[in-house]
Each structure stands twice: as structure tokens, then as C-alpha cells.
Design a protein around this ligand. Structure first.
Ligand code: 4AD
Ligand code: MG
Length: 502
């Protein structure tokens, strides 16, 4: 290979030139005297066209029988071709096979989610997973950019934690040289100490929670970014949170158009996101859940989903018929993929349909004082186009460190940010209890070992100041922006109950 080596993403700058690309064979298709190769190199995908030429029959045959995911170097002339993947293609003059692959387990035919998750180390090479990884990258980059450009200092907080940070029920306990400690559920408590030194700080790292239920929103290991700010009030926190979320949405819209398109994300709903977000007190949220508006909305959903199921069933019948008469293998594969997807969608819809009466009951019977459940959040977020800040939850339902509202002692100065379209909570945050006596009393009431919290109480003994912050979960944010149902695909190697391989 003599030509300059470039990335597929750079092809637009090399039209008319001979170039080399190094990558993997994503797919291949025969077309008489030519072979169409879809090549990926990590930066993008392109089509390479190899013609059967005199004197090069052997290479042509070898390439024709190359298995999916063989690694190769190719050389060819870059041409503009709007119909081709990525808009450019390569007229191949040479192919160098780096490694021949046979029987790659993940074929263009469709596989069930359990199968691909067991093969996650290979699954990452698929177009969809490639797109998701790049969206996640941009989300993380935008998160760092926002805090770095708004006067925050990064502080890395420990992962071995000697005390409850958020919720006793979800602690991962481990033996630390004979001492019981847990994996960190939040960096917040340590961050509060750092905020008293640096004013505005943030931490960004892995977070661990022994979530014993399998839901589409819960991982046992996830990434959370947490800012903490000294001398702020709840309104101020909400303003930071909405500017922050807005900046992340904008970055993804700007830098990840191709990826959003691959995922068939309806970007119009993201384009509408703009501060100010909706503000709804918990008490108002409960009233909303009890209202006819919610009842009518859920009844409408039920009907809509039943119609969708019917439509999908009709499609399956039609595609099955087409499959029987289609002659080309790739057409059959494509149809079988569509059918499999439709079946999965039907199962999912059916489950949602079965759940609606239950969710209706939960909403109508919701009692003031409980934490909002997943289905309640889903309903509230489906009723709004903008993210919703639900603020001032009942004290009894929330963590020990939250500061009660001086105007209404039964609620705390906290908020959750619910992403629209039913995605639900992406941020949890609050003002912190800064009064020594009140905090001590609450720690005792929870039955925590006061000794473990002496350092935390010191922050209220020496120069206590009003402060607050919040935490945003990266995976839930990526799932929302990418428009995917389950957060298991938003991280390279997800950890959930019953899922630790690979
Ligand atoms: O609401 P949470 O529990 O808040 C805290 O941990 C606070 N200490 C944050 C703070 O004020 N500094 O969690 C914050 C966010 C949630 O809104 C959600 O996005 C994410 O973390 N999260 C999870 N993501 C995936 N899987 C889980 N099991 C999650 N639990 C929380
Ligand atoms: Mg929360």
C-alpha cells in the first residue's frame, strides 16, 4: 500500500485521490463482476468497490469469500457518491487482508438482546453501538466543558466509603482490611468539604448501587457528575442545572448528527429543549397525578399502543410473505431482521399495555409523603415537552442531608430533573442541611454511627455556609438524548443484577 493512509471521516478532503484505509469488513455483497465491501475503520463507514480484473482473479475470489469482521487494508480512489454510506466511496485498486475471519457470531441477521449482551465485546463493533459510544463521548465532553468554563474545580472523591452516602438499601459492602466499608454511592459528602475550600467544585466518576431490581433505568455501576456550590439557594441551583442540561443537549445536536440519524432519533424534540424548564412542586405533581388529565392521557396511551401492536402484526404478516418469495439472501436477512425487531417491539408494547392499568391505579392512589415511583415520573415527564424540575419533596422520603424548607418544614429544598418523553429522572439535587444541631439529630434518627460522620459535622462546626448541588447520571442522559429504551447500551460493559460477563 503506497497511497497516503487516511481515516474514513477524512474522505471528503481526498476526492479524486488514491488513499489507503485500514479497518474491518462490516458487510459484503456480490454484484456480478464487482464486489461491494462495506468497510469501517472506527471513524466511519464507506463502501469499497472491487472490480474483477484480468490478472487479479485470485484476489477477487479471496475477497469475495472474506468473512464479516475480517481486518483489512484497502487502497483506492475516493469518489463522491451521494447514494453510498457516508456520501463517498472507494474504487479499489488493492486489498491487503490482515486477518481472515470466519463465522463471526453476530451476523447481519437479528439476534436477541441476551445473545448480543453475552457477546458485548463484539457487539460494540455494530453501527448502533458505535453511534451510542460516540454520543456518550460527546455527553461526557460537554459535561466537562460546562463545569470547566463556569468556574468549577474538579475534585476526585474516593470510591471506598466508610459511611452511607445516599441510601442504605443499595450499599455494596466489602471488607477493607477487616473494616466494613462500602463502594461509593455518591461523591457528594466529600464534595461538600471541598466546596468549603474552593467554592464551586465537581466530581465525575463511577458510582455503585446494589439495585436489586432489573429496570431499564438502573445499573449497579454507573457514572455520575456532581457539582457542589457554596453560597447558593435552590433557585440558583435550578438555573445552573437547566443551563447545564441545555449545553449538553446542544453539544450532542451539533456534534453527533450522523449518530443520531443512525439511531433514528427524532431530533425535533431535542431542538425544542430550551430554558426555562418546567418547575413543579412535589405537591403540585401529586395533584397532577390525581387529575383527570392523567387519567385521559393514560387511556389515550392504551388505545394508541393497542393500535401500534395491530399495525406491527400486519407488517409481520406482510414481511413473512415477502420473505418467502424473495430471491436474494440479503433481502431475506433484512426482512428477518425487521420481523425480529417488530416481535421485540410487540412484546415491549404488550408489557406496557399490561402495565397501564396498574400505573393508572398507582397515580390515582398516590399518597402525599411517598417518593415518586418510576411510573409516576414517566407520566409527569410524558406530559411535558421541556424537562421538569419537581422540587420540595417530603422530608420523610428523602436523604438525611437535605435541608428542610424554612417556609414549610415537612418538605426539603431539593429537586429532581425529569427528562421529557417518559425518560424520567436524570438529575437529583438539593440544598444541604448546614445547621449542626439539626444535622446531628437527623443522623441519629437514621440510626447511623455518628462517629463516621464527625468529619461531615465539622463542616457545620467551622464556617458553615449555605450550599447545595446535584448529580446527573451519564447513562440515563445518553439514553434520553439517543432516544433508546434501555440504559444497558449506553455504557460499554454494563453492570446490572445478574450481569457481570463480559
Ligand atoms: O438522585 P441521586 O441518588 O442523587 C445523589 O446521589 C446525590 N448525592 C447527588 C447530589 O446531590 N450530588 O442520583 C443522581 C442521579 C440520578 O438522577 C440518576 O440520573 C443517576 O444518578 N442514577 C442512576 N443511574 C443509573 N443507574 C442507577 N442505579 C442510578 N441511580 C441514580
Ligand atoms: Mg434520585
Amino acid at each position: 500500500m503506497t497511497a497516503e493512509c487516511i481515516k474514513i471521516s477524512e474522505m471528503s478532503r481526498h476526492v479524486g485521490q488514491e488513499v489507503t484505509i485500514q479497518g474491518w469488513l462490516y458487510n459484503s455483497r456480490a454484484g456480478g463482476k464487482v464486489q461491494f465491501l462495506i468497510i469501517r475503520d472506527g471513524s466511519g463507514m464507506c463502501q469499497g468497490i472491487l472490480e474483477k480484473k484480468e490478472g487479479a482473479e485470485e484476489l477477487f475470489q479471496e475477497v469475495k469469500h472474506l468473512g464479516q469482521e475480517s481486518s483489512l487494508r484497502v487502497q483506492g480512489m475516493v469518489r463522491e457518491e451521494p447514494r453510498s454510506v457516508g456520501g463517498y466511496e472507494l474504487a479499489l485498486s488493492d486489498v491487503q487482508i490482515v486477518h481472515k475471519t470466519q463465522d463471526y457470531p453476530i451476523t447481519p441477521k437479528s439476534h436477541g438482546i441476551d445473545f448480543v449482551m453475552k457477546n458485548r465485546h463484539l457487539h460494540l463493533r455494530s453501527r448502533r453501538q458505535w453511534a451510542l459510544a460516540r454520543i456518550r463521548h460527546t455527553v461526557v465532553e460537554a459535561i466537562r466543558n460546562f463545569f470547566n468554563s463556569h468556574g468549577f474545580t474538579l475534585v476526585d472523591t474516593p470510591i471506598f466509603a466508610p459511611a452511607v452516602g445516599e441510601d442504605e438499601q443499595t450499599l455494596f459492602n466489602l471488607d477493607y482490611f477487616g473494616e466494613d466499608v462500602a463502594l461509593s454511592q455518591t461523591g457528594q459528602l466529600y464534595l461538600e468539604a471541598a466546596a468549603m475550600s474552593l467554592g464551586r467544585v465537581y466530581c465525575f466518576g463511577p458510582t455503585f448501587r446494589a439495585e436489586k431490581s432489573k429496570t431499564r433505568r438502573h445499573l449497579t455501576e454507573f457514572w455520575m457528575v456532581e457539582p457542589e456550590i457554596a453560597y447558593i439557594d435552590l433557585d440558583g441551583l435550578l438555573e445552573v442545572a437547566e443551563q447545564f442540561v441545555y449545553s449538553v443537549v446542544q453539544a450532542v445536536l451539533k456534534d453527533r448528527q450522523v449518530e443520531l440519524e443512525i439511531l433514528e432519533r427524532d431530533v425535533r424534540v431535542l431542538q425544542k429543549i430550551k430554558p426555562p424548564f418546567v418547575r413543579l412542586s412535589y405537591t403540585e405533581a401529586v395533584e397532577l397525578l390525581h387529575s383527570d388529565k392523567v387519567k385521559l392521557f393514560l387511556e389515550g396511551q392504551l388505545q394508541q399502543k393497542q393500535e401500534q401492536v395491530k399495525q406491527l402484526e400486519d407488517h409481520i404478516t406482510q414481511w413473512t410473505g415477502e420473505q418467502e418469495v424473495s430471491k436474494k439472501q440479503w433481502q431475506k436477512d433484512k426482512l428477518s431482521q425487521q420481523i425480529q425487531q417488530a416481535r421485540e417491539d410487540i412484546n415491549e408494547l404488550q408489557e406496557q399495555i399490561n402495565n397501564i392499568p396498574h400505573h393508572m391505579e398507582l397515580a390515582a392512589g398516590f399518597r402525599w409523603g411517598k417518593d415518586l415511583g418510576g411510573s409516576d415520573e414517566t407520566i409527569i415527564s410524558q406530559l411535558h415537552e421541556q424537562p421538569v424540575f419537581v422540587h420540595r419533596y417530603p422530608k420523610q422520603a428523602k436523604a438525611f442531608y437535605m435541608k428542610p424548607d424554612p417556609l414549610e418544614d415537612r418538605v426539603v429544598l431539593n429537586f429532581d430533573c425529569l427528562a421529557p418523553e417518559g425518560y424520567g429522572e436524570v438529575i437529583g439535587g438539593s440544598m444541604r442541611q448546614d445547621d449542626y444541631d439539626a444535622l446531628l439529630a437527623r443522623i441519629k434518627k437514621e440510626g447511623y454511627e455518628v462517629e463516621n460522620y464527625e468529619w461531615y459535622l465539622d463542616l457545620r462546626r467551622y464556617g458553615s455556609a449555605p450550599h447545595g448541588g446535584f448529580g446527573l447520571g451519564v447513562e440515563r442522559t445518553v439514553a434520553w438524548l439517543a432516544g433508546i429504551k434501555h440504559i444497558r447500551e449506553t455504557i460499554a460493559f454494563p453492570r446490572m443484577m445478574g450481569k457481570i460477563y463480559p
